[in-house]
Design a protein around this ligand. Structure first.
Ligand SMILES: Cc1cc2nc3c(=O)[nH]c(=O)nc-3n(C[C@H](O)[C@H](O)[C@H](O)COP(=O)(O)OP(=O)(O)OC[C@H]3O[C@@H](n4cnc5c(N)ncnc54)[C@H](O)[C@@H]3O)c2cc1C
Length: 437
């Protein structure tokens, strides 16, 4: 096995820490560089964890933590501004199909759990490290930080989110080289935004484990609650797509919130009744897209850094976890097969290619699902309105699509090949990828 192989992970968000944990379990050396001063963000949002990824938590020895600290999602209700529209059995179908509900984690609790699980590698998690530049040579890669420090390793894994620097540096590096397809790399800039997006954290104002949506023309709301807290996502359609980075002010937040004041959230409260419960909020343009290039030379991207989808569908974090599983499987194979201290540059390129190939079609599908759910909920045109009001509420949709077709999405979930753990989740739909016993 390649003993000198070392990964530099950029970004200590939920996916970054989980990737570090998977890499630790694969026996690969790493360091993680996070720009913030702390790993645990105080007032975080809710993250949905689907059963296929609860299996990964099981493989990492964290199954009990999911049961104890995350909350099962059980209720899904849809409203329009006029009132109740539909109650779906979606979460019960998920439970029947996979033997477990989808769960919801408060991000700060999840970060705490992951941080604790990484304690054996405490000295490898470095905070206050904002990356400034990356340099690749034929033998290694170096990451320069704003504070002047430099870290050298075999590969860089960019998990620094949709606005992260790694993707930008990778693109500039490729464009400086002459032997690349410039057209493809030039298009690898920012993802377009079709919606304004605001997320708000609040104390729970409904039954726990509730998801609700309120559909309306050009405006859409989703509410997700766990034990103590809830997150509200609101989206407003832009007149035209934007590629700009816009900084929104508190005044912008108040203005958008006013448009939603009579929107119903779970258990039929209105936004104006529960506004007092909001503790933190943030507003941005909602970028959506999938990068065509996920790697270059010794740099590879994971999670929001290479695909950003709408929060409707709760897939962002789930997609990032599956990326990390695929990448760690390929890296582990490359290090196992290497008969020198480190896999060669060619072996690394092959591992990155294998990673991309194993994820590209699922990511494209999930991106389409998340985008469509948002567009239907925001009644983008008459067809979307018809889907929202008549099709999503129909018996046909519930039974055919949610009960029988949707579970096919989760059943193909990847697992870590190097971890032996008995299966924990048994439902009516067998998993395509079996756990190593
Ligand atoms: C407000 C909000 C609410 C959300 N709600 C949900 C939800 O309900 N459900 C869901 O599934 N997903 C949700 N998401 C998306 C979800 O957070 C991400 O999909 C998930 O966190 C995994 O993303 P990530 O780790 O790839 O990136 P992020 O979570 O964005 O993490 C990136 C990390 O990289 C660090 N970083 C960035 N730049 C640098 C740099 N130059 N140097 C060093 N470090 C850097 C950042 O500080 C951060 O810690 C939400 C996101 C936001 C912002």
């Amino acid at each position: 096995m390649a003993s000198n192989f070392k990964a530099i992970i950029i970004g200590g968000g939920p996916t970054g820490l989980l990737t570090a944990l998977m890499i630790q379990s694969a026996g690969i050396d790493f360091i993680l560089l996070e720009q913030d001063d702390e790993i645990i963000v105080e007032d975080g949002y809710n993250l949905i964890l689907n059963p296929e990824n609860i299996r990964i938590f099981h493989q990492l020895g964290l199954f009990k933590k999911v049961r104890q600290d995350a909350c099962a999602l059980t209720t899904k209700t849809t409203y329009t501004r006029a009132g109740f529209l539909h109650e779906s059995n979606l979460f019960h179908y998920i439970n029947d199909a996979h033997g477990m509900h989808a769960y919801c984690f408060q991000s700060e609790i999840l970060l705490e759990i992951l941080n604790r699980a990484l304690r054996p590698s405490e000295d490898k998690i470095l905070v206050s490290k904002t990356i400034a530049d990356i340099k690749c040579s034929s033998d290694d890669v170096s990451v320069m930080c704003m504070d002047g420090s430099i870290y050298t390793g075999s590969i860089v894994i960019g998990i620094d989110g949709s606005r992260g620097k790694t993707r930008r540096i990778m693109r500039e590096m490729a464009l400086r080289d002459n032997d690349v397809d410039r057209k493809i790399w030039e298009a690898e800039g920012q993802f377009p935004a079709h919606f304004k997006y605001m997320s708000m954290n609040l104390t729970r104002c409904s039954h726990r484990g509730t998801v609700s949506e309120t559909h309306s023309k050009n405006l859409s709301l989703m509410y997700v609650s766990e034990y103590d807290k809830a997150t509200i996502h609101i989206c407003e359609k832009l007149d035209k797509p934007s590629f700009e980075h816009v900084e929104f002010t508190r005044d912008d937040e108040s203005k958008i919130l006013t448009k939603f004041k009579e929107f119903i959230v779970a258990d039929a409260s209105m936004i104006m009744d529960i506004a007092i419960r909001i503790t933190t909020s943030s507003m941005s343009l909602l970028e959506e897209g999938v990068a065509k290039k996920w790697s270059y030379k010794r740099i590879v991207l994971v999670g929001d850094a290479c695909h950003k989808v709408s929060p409707f569908g709760g897939l962002n974090f789930n997609m990032g976890i599956q990326d990390a599983v695929a990448l760690v499987n390929s890296l582990r194979k490359a290090t196992d097969e290497s008969d020198t201290d480190e896999p060669t540059a060619e072996a690394i390129a092959a591992a990155f290619k294998e990673y991309y190939n194993s994820r590209a079609s699922s990511v494209a599908r999930d991106c389409k699902i998340s985008g469509a759910l948002l567009r239907v909920s925001a009644w983008m045109n008459w067809f979307a309105w018809f889907m929202s009001v008549y099709v999503f509420t129909s018996w046909f949709w519930e039974v055919l699509v949610l009960k029988h077709i949707l579970p096919r999405r989760g059943k193909s979930g990847l697992v870590l090949k190097h971890v032996s753990a008995g299966e924990k989740l048994y439902g009516s739909v067998p998993w395509d990828n079996k756990m190593t016993e």
